[in-house]
Design a protein around this ligand. Sequence first.
Ligand SMILES: Nc1ncnc2c1ncn2[C@@H]1O[C@H](COP(=O)(O)OP(=O)(O)OP(=O)(O)O)[C@@H](O)[C@H]1O
Length: 373
Amino acid sequence: MHQFVISKFRSYHNAVLEFPQGVVCLVGDNGAGKTNLLEALSLFAPGKGLKGTNASNWHHKGDLEASWTLKLSLQSPTGPLVLETFESKGKRCITMNGVRLKHQLEISQWISIHWITPAIDRMWNQGWWARRKYFDRIVFTLYPAYGKYLQSYQLAVQERNRALKSQASSFIFDALEEIMAHNSVKIYKIRQEALKMLGIFLQLFPSFPLLSLETHGEFESLMACLTFNEKDLPHQESELKKYWKTVRTKEFHKGTTMFGPHQCQWAVTHPNSQEIASCSTGEQKSMLLSLVLAWSKAIKHFHPKEFHFLLLDEVSAHLDKMHRESLWKALSELDMCVWMTGVHQEVFSGVLAKAWVRIKQLEEQSTLFIKRP
Ligand SMILES: Nc1ncnc2c1ncn2[C@@H]1O[C@H](COP(=O)(O)OP(=O)(O)OP(=O)(O)O)[C@@H](O)[C@H]1O
């Protein structure tokens, strides 16, 4: 059994949850604290967690002085792994077996967490940025080095945007575009690799749509024209630098960088040739689940020794019986920690869960009990 201890986080004053590997169903009324529990777990991934909110929202209401703490103790074949995240001097810190990580991204060496929530269901119609953020999260869990390249690239783009607004001197642009070019090539390569891998793993779930995944954009078109092997890297980087240099004058007026992997459009197409944005709500849900299942197989393939969590908030909404039954079967065969929430236990009928947790509105003290199905 693994253990999760939550202290002064959102609706939880103090909660202890012991849970097994496999599928865990969290059942409770509206407002009982199911999503808060998933959000707490999602903070063992770098970033702002499943709701994408600021840390100021995480304090247990009325307890602003005391800081929140989340502790995840996992049993691995080589011994216990204790991960903790908490707030210290306004910053989120993470420790592994008591040793503080220098950077949040480092946590991906031990654990990867992926989630889908009703907000992600709506993402497809919200514009390319929302999809790109989601895609980047998938790619990062599969290829942890990607996070570093993406972060360096994004920082350089922010600096370049500032330089465009202040019409800085050309040597500043040269230096920033050098960093952007180096990281862009890596980002492109890793994204293409991730698409290829997801494409392979999607085929393992015939009950779900076999999606076609592609990236589009001016940057992607240019990269596709440049041949691709390791010895071409200097050539690709210099072509990108040339491109950014030629568009500087045009971009001075806009004050923003218009070309690069940050403008990538991630297209997801149903086998019926409809792009996901024009598919029905239920089709979109089954497409999202195809991706999630492909991710699960890919992550186990690439990182077999690490811990993997899949968090599915209100997952059964919009799914027909056939997809629901196929999903329950696929999840029970995944051999990872899958946490699902639902208001009624009946929605999980047919789930081969390892544990059921009944969550009640919790006030001062809360201990969560595991029930065998
Ligand atoms: N910082 C906080 N401190 C205390 N309570 C909070 C905090 N943030 C949110 N809550 C409360 O936590 C409760 C549980 O929210 P949560 O989203 O986990 O519910 P849920 O079980 O997922 O409900 P639903 O089925 O309606 O989605 C809500 O009543 C919410 O107001």
